[in-house]
Design a protein around this ligand. Structure first.
Ligand code: H2U
Ligand code: ZN
Length: 349
């Protein structure tokens, strides 16, 4: 019997997500000629700066009947179709093991990043992205201070392929009583890691990644964006502060400016990859807002983009992924390399 030494670019293997404990199957042998397929470009989408039919543009009426103010930088409003409601019962309603039910309360908000209907984060000025960063931090602070709010989830769905309902640049904020499933997994993993090693998981992880450097996409004095070792989506990235920061409100002025810069640079690389307005779901994970300090936490953002080979070829999480475990072909290292090769000058400018 011959024993062949393990080659990560040749041999199928599985990698463990240290933040969630979940595994991903990597099949690099399937990407012998990964980038020789033609790159179909999507139709260049030309949008007006103001769209009279858009429910997020300044001065327009929303679907719920309320009217937006003539806002000039950002706008936050309560979602007209909130998934959570602030008032109502809370706590256990049914304790039977097979039918456990808890009433849940919370608040959902919409955040317009810009009054301009035609812009996206990579096309916005850093100074204007900085305003979005400030609103994110302020929303976590304000909602998190409410005694019944224990987690504030900030996220953005970008692109119709991600189910985004409107191209006007916007994100959402959902805040609720219980810590949702994904941050709860990360909470448990980070808590256990700090207990075992005396250092926050993501602080040690970043140190290893900076040393290896093969999965780093872009970095500046305060932030690093990398394709995580355990990435599931083809061009998934993790955005991390260099300093130990538990939540968005703790970011300094300098860190916020640097965050605006790295957001612009990372999303520009994404857009340049397939010369399209790159769709994704992104969002922030930070400590729960139950009033305690959770030293095991490290603030971070996830970007989960669905595109695989071109502006139109999307990865589907079906079949084996739904029934067994997530699987990818291109390795995290190859994805990081592709993103690193991209220019930070937007293809449309
Ligand atoms: P997306 O970010 O996935 O496009 O969702 C937009 C949100 O905006 C969605 O949650 C809300 C929807 O309920 N919305 C309003 O609050 N008012 C409107 O007039 C339309 C959409
Ligand atoms: Zn608009």
């Amino acid at each position: 019997m011959t024993t062949v030494s393990f080659e990560p670019t040749e041999h199928p293997h599985r990698r463990r997500n240290a933040l969630t404990g979940e595994w991903v199957l990597v099949s690099p042998h399937r990407t012998k000629r990964p980038w020789q397929g033609q790159v179909e470009k999507s139709m260049a989408e030309l949008r007006p700066a103001y769209d009279p039919t858009c429910y997020l543009c300044p001065g327009n009426e929303r679907a719920g009947g309320k009217r937006n103010p003539q806002y000039t930088n950002t706008l936050v409003f309560d979602n007209d179709f909130s998934a959570l409601l602030p008032d109502g019962p809370s706590g256990a309603v049914d304790d039977r093991e097979l039918f456990r039910t808890e009433a849940e309360t919370g608040t959902c908000r919409v955040l317009c990043f810009s009054p301009r209907h035609d812009l996206t984060i990579p096309e916005m000025e850093s100074g204007d992205i900085r305003r979005v960063v400030d609103v994110w931090a302020q929303q976590v602070e304000e909602l998190g201070a409410q005694p019944n709010i224990h987690y504030v989830q900030i996220f953005e769905n970008k692109g119709a392929v991600m189910g985004c309902s409107n191209p006007h640049p916007h994100g959402q904020i959902w805040a609720n009583h219980t810590v949702p499933v994904e941050p709860a997994k990360e909470d448990a993993a980070q808590h256990a890691y700090l207990g075992r090693h005396g250092q926050p998981l993501l602080i040690e992880y970043l140190a290893h990644e900076l040393e290896a450097s093969e999965r780093i996409v872009v970095q500046n004095r305060h932030w690093v964006a990398l394709v995580p070792y355990w990435a599931v989506w083809p061009f998934e990235t993790l955005l991390l502060p260099r300093r130990h920061v538990l939540a968005l409100p703790e970011l300094t002025n300098d860190e916020r400016n640097a965050l605006a810069d790295i957001l612009k640079h990372l999303t520009t690389r994404y857009d340049n990859l397939f010369e399209t307005s790159f769709p994704y779901s992104m969002g922030w994970h930070g400590q729960p807002t139950d009033g305690r300090r959770h030293e095991h936490w490290q603030l971070h953002a996830h970007f989960y983009p669905p595109l695989l080979r071109s502006a139109t070829v999307k990865k589907f999480m079906v079949g084996y992924e739904m029934l067994a475990m997530p699987q990818r072909d291109i390795t995290a290292e190859q994805a990081a390399d592709r993103l690193r090769q991209m220019s930070e000058k937007h293809y449309r400018t």
